[in-house]
Design a protein. Structure first.
Length: 208
């Protein structure tokens, strides 16, 4: 499979003015991409409240106010994210205000792997699995991702780079170069590639 990297360009402002958003489904590899950006020299907006655990041994790179984007009307804190990296799951992208410019790195991962990873996380936490079948969840996720792509293409304040999770693990240096070019920032490609630990790719499928 060829590398799945695609640009959708809606603006051409200075890269330092844009908020760098890493997004995707939960358990799709967004924390790995945040780790790559951090290793490359990009400042991240995180709070460290959610610490590393067996599901994400290298940390989650989260910022608590992001989780309330769909609830709070005060999103002025986003002004402090200009030029920095911020993790926002795909469901919350629609709540990013139009007042800011975004460079979005969207991670795509085989849905079978996403579902397997989510199940493992629930098992480790001792939580019961959901009643919805994997097939139904895969259909739901696929529909959601199509809607997100349409929405992002419509928004003139969003530039998007789609990155395939498997390719990021297989050829991290190549993906790191694509990210550096997309962001227009002097990131350290070698350090970005070294931040990827293939041993943490634990839920593999034969699906391309």
């Amino acid at each position: 499979m060829g590398m799945l990297l695609r640009f959708l360009s809606g603006n051409r402002k200075s890269p330092n003015d844009s908020i760098v958003v890493v997004s995707g489904l939960p358990r799709s590899g967004t924390s790995m991409l945040m780790g790559m950006l951090s290793a490359g020299g990009l400042d991240l907006l995180t709070d460290g409240l959610r610490t590393a655990d067996p599901d994400n041994p290298k940390g989650y790179y989260e910022f608590e106010p992001v989780k309330k984007l769909n609830e709070s009307t005060d999103r002025s804190w986003l002004g402090g994210a200009r030029g920095k990296g911020l993790k926002v799951i795909s469901y919350l992208l629609q709540y990013l205000p139009d007042a800011y410019e975004y460079k979005i790195i969207f991670v795509r991962r085989a849905l079978s792997e996403v579902l397997a990873s989510q199940k493992k996380m629930l098992e480790r936490r001792g939580e019961p699995p959901g009643e919805t079948s994997d097939e139904a969840m895969a259909r739901f996720f696929a529909g959601h991702l199509r809607k997100v792509e349409v929405e992002l293409e419509r928004r003139s304040n969003c530039d998007v780079l789609y990155v395939d999770h498997r390719e990021a693990v297989r050829v991290p240096a190549e993906v790191a170069r694509q990210i550096r070019r997309f962001l227009g920032r002097p990131l350290d490609v070698d350090r970005m590639a070294q931040a990827v630990d293939e041993a943490l790719y634990r839920n593999r499928s034969s699906q391309p």
